[in-house]
Every structure is written in structure tokens, then in C-alpha cells.
Design a protein around this ligand. Sequence first.
Ligand SMILES: NC(=O)c1ccc[n+]([C@@H]2O[C@H](COP(=O)([O-])OP(=O)(O)OC[C@H]3O[C@@H](n4cnc5c(N)ncnc54)[C@H](O)[C@@H]3O)[C@@H](O)[C@H]2O)c1
Length: 360
Amino acid sequence: MTVYSVAVVGLGVGQGHIAEAYAPLTDLFDLRLVCDLDEARLAQVYESHGVEGTTNFDDVLARPDIDIVDICTPSAMHLPLAKAALAAGKHVVCEKPLVGSLAELADLREAERNAPGVLMPIYQYRWGSGAQAARKIIDAGLAGRPLVGTAETHWLRTPEYYASPWRGTWAGELGGTMTTHATHIHDMLTWLMGPPEAVFGRSATRVHDIEVEDCASASLRLASGALASLTATVGSRDEYSRLYMAFENVSFESTRAPYAVGRGPWTITARDPELQAQVDAIAAETANVRERFAGQLSAFHESLSTGAPPPVTIDDADAALSLLTAFYRSSQTGREVQLPFAANDPARAGWTPATLTEEV
Ligand SMILES: NC(=O)c1ccc[n+]([C@@H]2O[C@H](COP(=O)([O-])OP(=O)(O)OC[C@H]3O[C@@H](n4cnc5c(N)ncnc54)[C@H](O)[C@@H]3O)[C@@H](O)[C@H]2O)c1
């Protein structure tokens, strides 16, 4: 089996990628290099993992022995670093939000098309026994038509979290709790129930003294006709996530684990005992799947080895960024926004207040 050599760039959540996936999965990955501008953070990581470290991203690109560059820097840095890594011939893993607009996404898609490497956006919450069971039950045609869904991201963030200079700003974080936190469960919702075709959003900044929203709600109509409602905040004293989905024959309810909402056992309730036995058997098959970063990065390894598309693609990031674009445009204009956006829709330029002034 091919072992891919890896460099991790940005050592906040990057340490999570290392601890959950690259360090334990030595049969799949060889972590060789870590990169961070913060010398103290860098030294702590390279010393504890016995790997090389650099503060200079160009050193990462110049290393012919590195196969995968995993980008975990603040969000606004993803686009230039990902493009440079693709141009240097690397495979790229990149944290969410992948980039700051649909126009930037098109730019990155073009860069990937012209490069030998493959890019995989991170959406690790799909990897958990509950979410994987739901995916299999839906794929097997057992769930029937989707009816309604609810996605709740009720987390807690302190003023210290927002003291980091890039957080809480449009320029650094690219958005608020919808962009940084709730995007995970919304990715799961649209992955399992299908894409939205109409979005009404409301946003507010009520918890912290920051530029971006820290409370949000949205009402969606999906292309299937199903309806969904979303709420997100970073001010919930009871910190939890919850995904509920009613399909015609089966309903799914996640656990409340805020940072492992894909993990089972989910409450999966079927129309009748016979169907219940079938869905229970499928859920039992997924009970021991690898979770979160270990699950997604193992699946990435398999896709690289077989030449299949990565388990999360630029198209998945397109779905997530389209929802964000529609949400922000609606919350700013007070009008419902239809999806998908036309090729020349000005909304493709971005969702920050500065880019949203132009009317469609
Ligand atoms: N998937 C998840 O569950 C998850 C969780 C947290 C954060 N994230 C995402 O990961 C990214 C980073 O978030 P974080 O919480 O780790 O932030 P952080 O501020 O804790 O860490 C970012 C690190 O990147 C370093 N850095 C900045 N510019 C750099 C550059 N040019 N080259 C090398 N290093 C650089 C900083 O010094 C810092 O140590 C964000 O895009 C965020 O949305 C994802």
C-alpha cells in the first residue's frame, strides 16, 4: 500500500489532523513536515512528533518528497496557499470554509484542473457511525422521500476565542458562525437530504463585540420539495449540535455531541418492524467506522490509491458556499434567494457586506 508523505500547514486544528489521523495511521501517511508562523507552536509540534518544522510555506512547496499539503491556516489564507500547493504539484487537503466566494471557488477549481494533484476540502463530521448509517439507508432506497429537517449548531465561544486577530472579522474569518461552525452540520444536511433551491436567512450579532454574525436562522426549501430549518449561535450555555431528518419511511435523529454529531448511535425510526430490522442491520454494519479526520483522511488515502474522486470534492464545497452566499444575501436584503446562482450572478463575487451591496 502506498504511504503518502504529508506536510501540515497551520497548527491549530492542524494538530487535530495530526493527532487523529496522520500520527496514528502510519500505514497510510508519513507526517514529515509541519509549518506555522508561530515559532513556539511550531517547535512544540515538531518536537512532540519528531518531524521537521518550518515557518516558511515556500519550504513546504520546495520539498519534492511531500505528496500532500494539508492547509489549516486561518480561512482567508486558504485560496493563495492551496493554489500555490497545486501549482507545485501537490495533493491538497484544505480546511473549511474552503474559500470566500463562488468566484474564488471557480478560480481554485481551474487551478486543480490544470494541476496533477487532487484537492479535498475538509468536512469531517460526515465520518461517524450515525451519519454513515443514514447515508447507506438513504442510498439503499429505504428512507423514501425527504420531508423536513432541522439542523442546530448551538455552541459556546468565549471573548478569548475572538481575541485572535483573524476571528470575528469578514477579512480573516470570511463570515460568522454560519461560515465557521454551522457549515459542518449544513454540509451533512445537504449531503443526506439534497441541495436547497430557496433560502431565507436572518443573522444577528448579539453575543460578542465582533463584525460577523454570532446568531443565525434560516428557512430552506430543498430541490426535492423538502423543507429545513437551521439555527446557529456561539452563545448557548447548553453546548450541542443536533440534526433531525424526517423521510417518508424513516426518521433520523443525531446525538447531541457538538463535535462528533456524525457519531452514532443515531435514533433511526422506521415505518414498521420489518423495515426497522433492515435499517438496524445497516446501522450495525457502520458501528465501527473511523470517525472525523481519521475517517475522512483514510477515505482520501483510498481515493488517491485507486484514482477515484476524493470523498469530499470541490462540488461539495460549491454546495456549502452556495448556501452561505444565499444565506448572507437573503439576510442582508430581507428577500428569499433562489439557487443555483446563474453563471453571471453578482452574488458569486462574495457574501461579505462589501460585496453584497450590488442588487440582483
Ligand atoms: N474542521 C474543523 O472542525 C475545524 C475546527 C477548527 C478550525 N477549522 C478551520 O481551520 C482553520 C484554522 O483554524 P484554527 O482554529 O486552527 O486557527 P488558529 O488561529 O488556532 O491556528 C491557525 C494557525 O495558522 C498559522 N498560520 C497563519 N498563517 C500562516 C501561514 N501563512 N503559514 C503557516 N502558518 C500560518 C497561525 O500561526 C496559527 O498557528 C480555519 O479555516 C478554521 O475555519 C476547522
